[in-house]
Design a protein around this ligand. Structure first.
Ligand SMILES: [Zn+2]
Length: 694
């Protein structure tokens, strides 16, 4: 995660259709050799079904069985499914555009110059090897000469340097976010440092395997930087102990989604009092930011824990933690020795036989760092205007359907119904790419300085972000890599702006095929659109009003009715065991499960309306409704390594994809009718237990 996630998850992008982890994990693959493999083509196909299995007994096997049988997880991927297969295709298209840009000399600051020179520098492994650890020397020196304790200003300044130069500081990071209760203004948000492992990996007994790997990894990296084996092993233990201590204090992934726990708006002086060992103002000034009077603290206990580490650990221990961060945060931009160690840890942790190719790694890095320049080339080459118009039309159909259903919803009371309709009418949905591209021309990309390029690109992004402190919010669209850029395989709802970005990259098979059977298109991309629309009304999104302000617009009665229904989903999704000892978490995944149910419900209903004017025959022996539900399940076709399943179960807000493929369908009467389920069938669900939320 550290390798590709340049920045802490933006606090406002919370409801993507793909998990961030899914998006980030789209590394490596069949890649160059894919054409030669037997992997089934992307998108709906009756050939992916296994009709020997009864849909009444195991719908997921029925709808996707042949796909599951024929599809292998590539040796350099943690899983395989619609998202990762599309990401593979996408990366091949991007690589072609990148290589093409590298064949010409273009005007400085142009998209082609930046992309071409980034590529040239990144592929010059010989030069990276010659440089060795030289790109880190000045910062390693800064860490070594940090005086502790009693120098909060120096600690603040060093933390600034680490955030600007090394992705994030392990101590404290700053970003901007719209003020949750005044969405027209940007606030500075203070976050505790990023961590390499998940909370479970730090704390749980069965995280021991990963902890052992991590200890060995730190030790090897430090030895490759000149430490002797004994000192390196001792330092590794120190790093793990401090990180474990910090992890234990943090909000859980579920708590991080709760504005009541994270909206801690306070005077800067009060935030400073939480962490006297690090001077926040000194940090801000070192980053060129005037300290604001008011800030938001994301996680109060986590900040206090950083203070405890700084004030109770020995100076050597603190310096060890910081030195490790400098060495590891950008290891993938260093020479082969360090890159390979970094890859080896990644492979072991994820259970992968091989790592992605260098070409793909660089393609993804460019996509993360030069996201709008590359997206411009991509949109020009691969995103037809007809597709944009077609999807925009479908958006309005699905949105109309939602409004219609809100008007007739049996459990909403009148005040809440009116407020919901008002919120829905104000959702701003854009398709493909932004009306205005971000100007990257001020970013210096050199043909011979890979490490510097990666640092300057991240700093460019961070400085743009911090320049917004105290400024009015401008809703910059398609601008959060890897969630919402035109070249992210995703769609995302932002509750703080009440807007949805549907990226150019997702509007392809398996999510959408121009001119294909309406039953299929509605129940894939139409359901994705519905999924995003209902996010504004799930247990998280419903806390925000039409302008993105945190305020309760629900009557207590409507809240109780809503909760009665979502409690059933929590229970239902908590009942699944993914692997021995790995239980599915219905509470963590509630918002996404509600959106999946809403998405397929709206899509199916919109399809009925469409069919009333444009009737379709049975195709491939399947009725329109049957094709709709099979297409939905096939969109979620998925296979994963056990390491992956376990990791996602602990931190992902989305249910396991294989569950997404059929569990929401069990709530739809039309599904039971289409396949004739009966009491006693595994897929049967008593009508009283079928939740109709939207
Ligand atoms: Zn979602």
């Amino acid at each position: 995660m550290r390798k590709t996630c340049r920045k802490a998850t933006p606090s406002h992008i919370t409801c993507a259709v793909a998990s961030a982890l899914t998006a980030l994990a789209m590394t490596g693959s069949m890649w160059e050799a894919q054409a030669a493999t037997a992997t089934p083509a992307l998108g709906y196909s009756p050939a992916n079904m296994n009709k020997r299995v009864s849909p009444r007994l195991d719908f997921y096997q029925y709808a996707t069985g042949n796909w599951l049988k024929r599809t292998q997880i590539a040796p350099d991927e943690p899983d395989v499914g619609g998202f990762s297969q599309l990401a593979n295709n996408l990366d091949r298209q991007l690589l072609k555009l990148i290589k093409d840009a590298a064949t010409t000399q273009d005007a400085p600051g142009s998209a082609r110059q930046q992309i071409g020179d980034y590529w040239r520098a990144a592929m010059d492994v010989k030069r990276q090897n010659e440089l060795g650890l030289k790109p880190l020397q000045a910062d390693l020196q800064r860490v070594a000469s940090l005086t502790l304790p009693g120098s909060p200003a120096s600690v603040g300044e060093l933390s600034a340097r680490l955030q600007l130069g090394f992705v994030a500081s392990p101590l404290l990071n700053v970003e901007t976010t719209p003020d949750a209760k005044d969405s027209s203004t940007n606030l500075l948000i203070i976050l505790a440092g990023q961590q390499a492992l998940t909370p479970d990996e730090y704390a749980k007994p069965d995280g021991q395997r990963v902890r052992d790997l991590y200890l060995a990894h730190i030790s090897k990296m430090l030895q490759s930087a000149g430490d002797n084996a004994e000192a390196a092993a001792a330092s590794a233990r120190t790093v793990l102990a401090i990180e474990t201590e910090l992890s234990a204090a943090r909000l859980t992934p579920l708590q991080q989604r709760d504005p009541a726990m994270t909206y801690n708006k306070m005077p800067l002086a009060d935030a400073q009092a939480l962490i006297p060992a690090l001077d926040i103002s000194a940090k801000l000034r070192a980053m060129g930011v005037t300290p604001p009077a008011t800030v938001q603290v994301q996680d109060i206990a986590a900040l206090k824990a950083v203070n405890t580490v700084l004030s109770t650990r020995s100076p050597d221990e603190v310096r060890t933690l910081l030195r490790w961060h400098v060495l590891s945060a950008r290891a993938s931009a260093l020479g082969e020795t360090w890159r390979e160690l970094d890859h080896a840890f990644d492979r072991q942790r994820k259970g992968l036989p091989t790592s992605p190719t260098r070409e793909r790694e660089v393609t993804q890095a460019i996509n993360m760092q030069l996201y709008h320049p590359l997206s411009r080339l991509y949109v020009q080459a691969h995103f037809p205007d007809t597709t944009r118009r077609e999807i925009t039309r479908m958006v309005s159909h699905v949105k109309d359907e939602f409004a219609q259903r809100l008007r007739h919803n049996p459990w909403l009371d009148e005040p809440t119904r009116a407020a919901a309709l008002d919120k829905l009418s104000q959702v701003d949905i854009q398709v493909g790419y932004p009306q205005q591209w971000i100007d990257f021309s001020g970013l210096l990309i050199k043909p011979d300085d890979h490490f510097g390029n990666t640092q300057r690109a991240d700093a460019f992004q961070l400085r743009r972000d911090l320049a917004r402190v105290g400024q009015p919010v401008v809703n910059e669209r398609f601008a959060s890599p890897p969630y919402t850029t035109p070249t992210s395989v995703n769609a995302a709802y932002n509750p703080q702006t009440n807007s949805i970005d549907i990226t150019a990259a997702i509007v392809q098979p398996p999510f959408y095929k121009p001119g294909a059977d309406a039953a299929v298109n509605y129940c894939t991309i139409g359901a994705v659109i519905g999924h995003e629309l209902t996010h504004g009304f799930d247990s998280f999104g419903r806390q925000y009003g039409p302008k993105g302000n945190l305020r309760d617009w629900w009557t207590p009665q409507a809240t109780a009715e809503f909760k009665k229904r979502t409690d059933v989903l929590v229970q239902q999704y908590s009942a699944f065991t993914l692997l021995p000892g790995v239980q599915h978490n219905g509470e963590l995944t509630l918002t996404e499960n509600t959106a999946d149910l809403g998405g397929i419900t709206l899509a199916h209903a919109a399809l009925q309306r469409h069919l009333a004017d444009h009737p379709l025959p049975r195709i491939d022996g399947l009725s329109s409704d049957q094709r709709c539900f099979v297409a939905w399940a096939q969109m979620w076709s998925y296979k994963a390594r056990p390491e992956r399943v376990k990791l996602l179960a602990a931190v992902d807000y989305h249910a396991n994809s294989a569950l997404r493929g059929y569990v929401p369908l069990l709530h739809l009467d039309a599904f039971h009718k289409a396949f004739g389920t009966r009491p006693g069938d595994a897929m049967w669900r008593a009508p009283a237990m079928r939740m109709r939320i939207w």
